[in-house]
Design a protein. Structure first.
Length: 364
């Protein structure tokens, strides 16, 4: 599961990427600094993992991770191949969610491809290019579906109705994620097409240091512009985050954050937001060899969760022994939890909850 960082050139995408990952993407004051997408595997900050480490004292600790992709900047005309348009659109299509960076600060030393700072206009430039690409997709799909619908095919007729909703919305500059489909239409006819503008999106308002806590007029304008979208928003001082990331000790970082009025790096909030955006959650395994966070989709069953460790665990699944995270930390050990009867045995239908501590029994 990958989240792609997108935006116009020079809005801070690569600087943000460097804050999030150990990879050092090239970052400079000119358009198209990023050409090939950079991919970083980023640890998901989770205080629960630290608490389990304290209780179990394992040989090693492995956090959950999420893939972040830094994609080339997009310009007007990208849907027609302008700039690096075709490459940009191909790269974004391969991601599962979008982190859309918007420049919300003034600085005469950093050029802006549109000359003037206006994050709502910048958002609309990218939205329009993605919507135009989705219009191409829906028109191609409609050609086939309309032919089938004319023969009396009931499913094709239903699909035509859903696709026409998508077409009409896109032609009115409404992204697919914000169009009002029925649950069945979305599940059967819209989601399988994988429209670019149907991907979940997190808007990151890149502000100056003084606006890191409470935002500014640019952020307010973005909030107003996205109020009817099914989207999240996060305020981040990306240049300041880059400075924090360079500090060596935890104490130095904590002091820097305290001076800014922040309780944790914004990059940590962003990673968790991306994780949530991708509809992911975590369960844990805890033993003397390792304490580990495993990534699964919300709604996954116990066998599916077991399969993340090894496919044999899923194939030969017998049962799961489950401890709620709060019970584990309340009683302090697996043995104590068993003693008070708080360990549950769950079968194949069990839907794993975020934070469950699990052991799997299987036979292959």
């Amino acid at each position: 599961m990958k989240a792609g960082i997108v935006g116009l050139p020079n809005v801070g995408k690569s600087t943000l990427f460097n804050c999030l990952s150990n990879a050092k993407a090239q970052s400079a004051n000119f358009p198209f600094c990023t050409i090939e997408p950079n991919i970083g595997v980023v640890n998901v900050p989770d205080k629960r993992l630290q608490k389990l480490e304290e209780l179990v004292n394992p040989e090693r600790v492995l956090p959950a991770t999420v893939d972040i992709v830094d994609i080339a900047g997009l310009v007007k005309g990208a849907s027609k191949g302008e700039g690096l348009g075709n490459q940009f659109l191909a790269n974004i299509r391969e991601t599962d969610a979008i982190i859309h960076v918007l420049r919300c600060f003034d600085n005469d030393n950093i050029i802006h491809v549109e000359a003037k700072i206006n994050p709502v206009r910048d958002k609309e430039i990218i939205d329009i290019e993605l919507q135009l690409k989705d219009l191409e997709t829906v028109d191609k799909r409609l050609e086939k579906v309309k032919r089938a619908a004319k023969t009396g095919n009931k499913e094709a007729q239903k699909e035509e109705v859903a696709l026409m909703k998508a077409k009409n919305g896109l032609e009115s500059a409404v992204s697919v994620r914000a169009i009002d489909f029925t649950d069945d239409e979305r599940k059967e006819f819209i989601t399988p097409v994988q429209f670019i503008t149907d991907k979940p999106v997190l808007y990151v308002c890149n502000v100056d240091e003084a606006s890191a806590v409470s935002g500014n007029q640019y952020v307010d304008a973005v909030k107003e512009a996205i109020k009817d979208e099914n989207a999240e928003l996060l305020v981040l001082a990306v240049a300041t985050e880059a400075d924090i990331a360079e500090l060596e000790t935890y104490e130095e970082k904590k002091l820097f954050l305290s001076d800014l009025g922040l309780d944790e790096p914004g990059a940590s909030k962003l990673i968790r937001s991306a994780y949530k955006l991708l509809n992911l959650q975590t369960y844990f395994t805890a033993g003397k060899k390792e304490v580990r966070a495993w990534t699964i989709h919300k709604g996954d069953t116990a066998p599916k969760a077991a399969g993340v460790i090894h496919t044999d665990f899923e194939k030969g699944f017998i049962r799961a022994e489950v401890i709620a995270y709060d019970d584990y930390t309340t009683y302090g050990s697996e043995a104590k939890v068993k003693e008070v009867g708080k360990m549950r045995v769950e079968g194949k239908e069990y839907i794993v909850k975020d934070g469950d501590v699990m052991h799997f029994r299987f036979n292959v």
